[in-house]
Design a protein around this ligand. Structure first.
Ligand code: PFF
Length: 455
């Protein structure tokens, strides 16, 4: 068996693992990103392709990533190297772990900036700003935040500091405790918001928009966005799932857990869509307005509903919590690597990674104001990071996971790691992972490169 580091922690039960993994999956990706991407991607067609990617590609890749983590018993670069060695393969495969650590860091740097917006909105609800927001002024309020780099940087700093605080204390106790209460609370609150939006907003129009696919809207770009979003939302291809896999007790069924995580993540994304689009249509807001969508729409509802400031406060607080349970899973791969490979103390490693992510994240902060006109290939710093991680690094990580588990590892080793499921179920997972995922991912890459067009 691979080298097991003496201080490598483990989750205390299957349930706490599922909560932590759902905590990683459910975050800004579901509530902030999914609605605006669906809005920009034309609605139903995007949603359908997204669902297909989640279950046919995302869940199998998650199974593969968890299996690598649990068998490798270490931080991603070492876990993959251990396993490659054990399977008689080239150490070159550890690039998969390296890309993950780097990619997770890049995502953390901008994720924390967006999470900072949620902190700002908590503050706004407390001081009563959001109580007076109307459909006319909401855009201005949000624009005011984006225009102030100092304010964004301060919230970004605070969010990184909170992430560092939890990671420094070790994953299992802090995170396990937090997710046990906060994830169910987030779910209940979302249901209340959905109920409100369906009653007070344009429910029918929203349903049609989200669930009636108009295939003329399906361009190659929309397909790529949907794939990137599926990977982002499930936290795939960046070592976050792999590191949680390494903390996973042997007795837990990986395939069953992955299906539960995928389903929970999808339900939350769809609920977020149902909480937001009825209001977008009711107030004639622009479905394609992009990253500001939830910050511009939900406050309008909070300002009008009875007890809205309390709901607003709770909503943005829980969104922050959902973001933290995700950001810790982005910081953990690099911190555990520094700790296990270079013997850096956990606290020091967490602070160091936090400082680096803060400084790098300033690029994202500036792309909304002083660097708004600095563009590379027509993209701001933030757009570039988002594109590189979402559309390149994460799917590429997924492709390497599929190739590693499906082709580089011995069949018997994979079967042993996934021994909890029947032969029939296993055959389906293996087929998806070794054949369908690589083909689909390569096709999408060819598309990204502009070599092929099926639009
Ligand atoms: N899945 C998270 C979300 O939907 O907000 C984002 C995320 C977490 C991406 C962890 C990548 C990652 F490694």
């Amino acid at each position: 068996m691979a080298r097991v580091s003496s201080d490598h922690e483990h989750f205390s039960s299957r349930w706490t693992f599922i909560l932590a993994a759902v905590g990683s999956a459910v975050g800004l990706g579901n509530i902030w990103k999914f609605p605006y991407e669906a809005g920009q991607g034309g609605g139903g067609a995007f949603v359908l392709v997204y669902l297909g990617f989640v279950f046919l590609i995302g869940v199998p890749v998650m199974i593969g990533e968890l299996a690598i983590g649990r068998r490798g018993q270490s931080s991603p670069p070492i876990a993959v190297a251990n396993l490659a060695f054990e399977e008689g393969r080239s150490v070159f495969w550890s690039i998969l772990g390296w890309m993950g650590v780097l990619g997770a860091f890049l995502v953390l740097s901008f994720y924390s900036v967006i999470a900072g917006w949620t902190l700002d909105y908590i503050f706004k609800t407390v001081i009563g700003v959001t109580g007076q927001v109307t459909a006319e002024t909401s855009g201005e309020v949000f624009g005011g935040l984006l225009a102030s780099w100092e304010r964004m940087a301060a919230w970004h700093f605070l969010f990184i500091a909170m992430t560092v605080f939890i990671i420094a204390r070790g994953v299992t106790s802090g995170i396990e405790q937090a997710v046990t209460y906060l994830m169910p609370a987030l779910f209940v609150l979302l249901i209340i918001l959905v109920a409100y939006a369906l009653v007070a907003g344009e429910a029918r129009q929203a349903m049609l928009f989200l669930f009636q696919p108009d295939f003329s809207k399906l361009t190659p770009n929309v397909v790529i966005q949907a794939l990137g979003q599926a990977f982002f939302s499930l936290s795939l291809g960046l070592g976050a799932v792999m590191i949680y896999g390494s903390y996973l007790p042997k007795s837990v069924s990986i395939p069953r857990s992955a299906v539960i995580i995928g389903a929970a993540d999808t339900v939350v994304a769809l609920l977020a869509g149902l909480a937001i689009f009825p209001l977008v249509f009711a107030y004639n807001l622009d479905v394609g307005s992009g990253p500001g969508l939830i910050f511009e729409t939900l406050p309008i509802a909070f300002a009008q509903m009875p007890g809205g400031s309390i709901f607003g406060f709770l909503f943005f607080t829980l969104l922050t919590v959902a973001a933290i349970t995700s950001s810790i899973s982005m910081m953990e791969p690099m911190v555990s690597y520094l700790q296990e490979r270079h013997y850096v103390k956990r606290v020091k490693a967490a602070i160091g990674v936090g400082i680096a992510a803060f400084v790098f994240g300033l690029g994202t902060v500036f792309s909304f104001n002083i660097w708004a006109d600095v563009k590379l290939f027509d993209r701001t710093f933030f757009d570039t990071l988002d594109f590189v991680t979402n559309n390149l690094l994460m799917p590429l990580g997924g492709l390497l996971v599929a190739l590693f588990v499906g082709w580089a590892m011995r069949f018997a080793s994979v079967r042993e790691e996934l021994s909890s499921v029947s032969d029939g179920f296993f055959a389906r997972i293996y087929g998806l992972l070794s054949v369908v995922c690589p083909i689909a991912l390569v096709l999408v890459f060819l598309n990204v490169a502009g070599l092929l067009s099926f639009g």
